[in-house]
Design a protein. Structure first.
Length: 232
């Protein structure tokens, strides 16, 4: 959802708010009415409408015209986005050179990795309040820079790869040894890290570090079952 809305409107910061509100709306509506036959399309339509509302509010607040006519956006029929996985593009977007390395990692862990602010703060050895401020500042910096949701190319792409790999490894580590919750591991996080590492490897099969990262994750994950038993 976040990738689809950011690709459509080019505003990562506002798209994240629209996604959260759409998910809250889904919880209320789906509890009362049941899950729709096409939940992804439902979410994107609701997120689209909320995105238009947020952009309209921003225009009124800043008193300036936007490149795209908000009236035209509001009048369009929102069609569900194609079933495209934008996770890797979103990873590369969060690792934009406008951001300091620490902010790149923090923002990506929050937006793509699915970690909470508290979990990210623990991974970085800082407080939750400090990490929350860092993530908020990173989103604002991207907005001021006018960053668009387009896959980077050439040297720009290469410069972001190291940050992307750091992020994936941190997500995997948090899943393999969870810092919060009742279980030792979080399979949702290790699974997502491996999925994204596979995508990264497929996009850059010649990159030895990307190949090594995926291999390391798979090797560690293969031993996961033995951690809870008597295996050594």
């Amino acid at each position: 959802m976040l990738g689809a809305l950011t690709r459509r409107f080019g505003r990562f910061d506002i798209a994240e708010d629209a996604v959260q509100e759409a998910l809250l709306g889904a919880r209320t509506a789906w509890t009362a009415e049941g899950v729709p036959t096409q939940p992804r399309g439902w979410l994107i339509r609701v997120g689209y409408r909320r995105m238009v509302d947020l952009l309209r509010s921003e225009q009124a607040r800043q008193r300036r015209e936007r490149d795209v006519s908000l009236a035209e956006l509001a009048s369009r029929t929102a069609e569900p986005a194609p079933a495209t996985d934008d996770s890797l593009t979103l990873l590369l977007l969060c690792c934009h050179p406008e951001l300091a390395p620490a902010s790149q990692v923090a923002l990506t862990l929050r937006a793509v990795g699915g970690l909470t602010t508290a979990e990210i703060a623990h991974a970085h050895g800082t407080s939750e309040a400090t990490m929350g401020t860092r993530i908020s500042s990173a989103k604002q910096r991207l907005a001021r820079a006018g960053v668009r949701f387009t896959p980077p190319t050439g040297a720009d792409r290469e410069s972001r790869m190291a940050a992307v790999m750091r992020v994936l490894y941190l997500v995997f580590n948090e899943g393999y040894t969870a810092t919060a919750g009742p279980t030792l591991t979080r399979l949702d996080l290790t699974g997502e890290a491996i999925r994204l590492a596979r995508m990264l490897h497929a996009a850059a099969p010649e990159d030895a570090e990307a190949s090594g990262l995926l291999a390391l994750m798979l090797l560690i994950e293969s031993r996961r079952a033995a951690r809870g038993g008597t295996g050594t």
